[in-house]
Write a protein that binds this ligand. Structure first.
Ligand SMILES: Nc1ncnc2c1ncn2[C@@H]1O[C@H](COP(=O)(O)OP(=O)(O)O)[C@@H](O)[C@H]1O
Ligand SMILES: [Mg+2]
Length: 283
């Protein structure tokens, strides 16, 4: 069953002088096992939106249901929330235990799982994030590099075996190696589990290569939603919204301006390479 968001509106501090309408009339469905990328300018409401998916904030109006559980209802929210793993921006600030292993075990322990089950989950999630169990389990989270800290935090969420994983700018502030490690983890997770992934990101190249569908937020509204092919086919609209586009789309635009007939919906490096090679052979 999916996550269904229906006519969602959200206003910060209603009735005060600082009242701010952050989300307007958002309706969308996150399908089982899909990778939904969320893009949009800073301040477009992406973080506000994803915090509704595990009931952390409640709509001012409209509804959110997770696999049929209504998130407005206190009892149902507990069940719905258990299905949604939430990785906030800079999750490493939430590491607090004395060892990496204890930190990752924290959530499963709180759920009352057996020691055997907990240690299996710790191993499994450390492997998924690429932190070798023997090397890292006894380390203090504070001894780790920035990228390792973030992967440890991610492992703590994965250990809860969520059905949906929400990642709010998971690569922000990391160096290229750190970014690649996180992206590899997300890829591996997608391959090994049936976890649905909802990822907010500014990296159009990552979103273009990973997402099944992309939701574009603009000024608190859902401007469009579709496959990467559909969304990046109108690269000019994205540029007008002040958004970046994948490097390949940028190249496609430039080639078109120079009179080369580049097919629509070409946004992946591999596809562009094939197209250019075919064309060069013709000349
Ligand atoms: N706690 C808050 N109180 C008041 N306004 C907020 C709060 N959090 C975010 N906002 C405002 O809501 C808008 C959307 O913010 P946010 O959801 O964080 O956007 P994004 O994640 O796309 O950058 C912004 O204009 C922001 O200033
Ligand atoms: Mg944000």
């Amino acid at each position: 069953m999916p996550i269904v968001v229906s006519s969602l509106n959200y206003t910060y501090m209603p009735g005060s002088t600082q009242e701010y309408k952050a989300l307007t009339d958002i309706s969308l469905t996150v399908r089982d096992g899909e990778f939904l990328g969320i893009i949009g300018h800073t301040g477009s409401g992406k973080s506000t939106f994803v915090q509704h998916l595990n009931g952390l904030i409640q709509p001012t109006s409209g509804t959110v249901s997770v696999d049929g559980f209504q998130m407005a209802d206190k009892k149902q929210r507990i069940k719905g929330r258990a299905l949604v793993g939430m990785v906030f921006q800079y999750p490493e600030y939430q590491l607090f235990e004395e060892t990496v292993e204890k930190d990752i075990a924290f959530g499963p322990r709180n759920r009352g799982l057996s020691d055997k089950e907990i240690s299996e989950r710790v191993r499994e999630s450390m492997e998924l994030v690429g932190l070798q169990h023997e090397t890292f389990r006894e380390k203090s989270p504070f001894e780790l590099s920035g990228g390792e800290k973030r992967r440890a935090a991610l492992a703590g969420i994965i250990a809860m075996r969520p059905k949906y994983l929400v990642l709010d700018e998971p690569m922000a502030g990391l160096d290229p190696k750190g970014r690649k490690d996180i992206l590899n983890t997300i890829r591996l997770l997608k391959k090994r589990t049936k976890c649905g992934i909802i990822m907010v990101s500014h990296s159009m190249d990552d979103i273009a290569s990973e997402a099944d569908r992309i939701a574009v937020f603009n000024g608190g509204r859902l401007e469009r939603i579709g496959t990467p092919g559909e969304v990046f086919a109108d690269s000019e609209a994205l540029l007008k919204m002040g958004l970046d586009i994948p490097q390949v789309s940028r190249l496609a635009l430039e080639l078109r301006q120079r009179g080369v007939e580049v097919p629509e919906g070409l946004f992946k490096l591999e596809d562009m390479k094939d197209f250019l090679l075919r064309r060069l052979r013709r000349v």
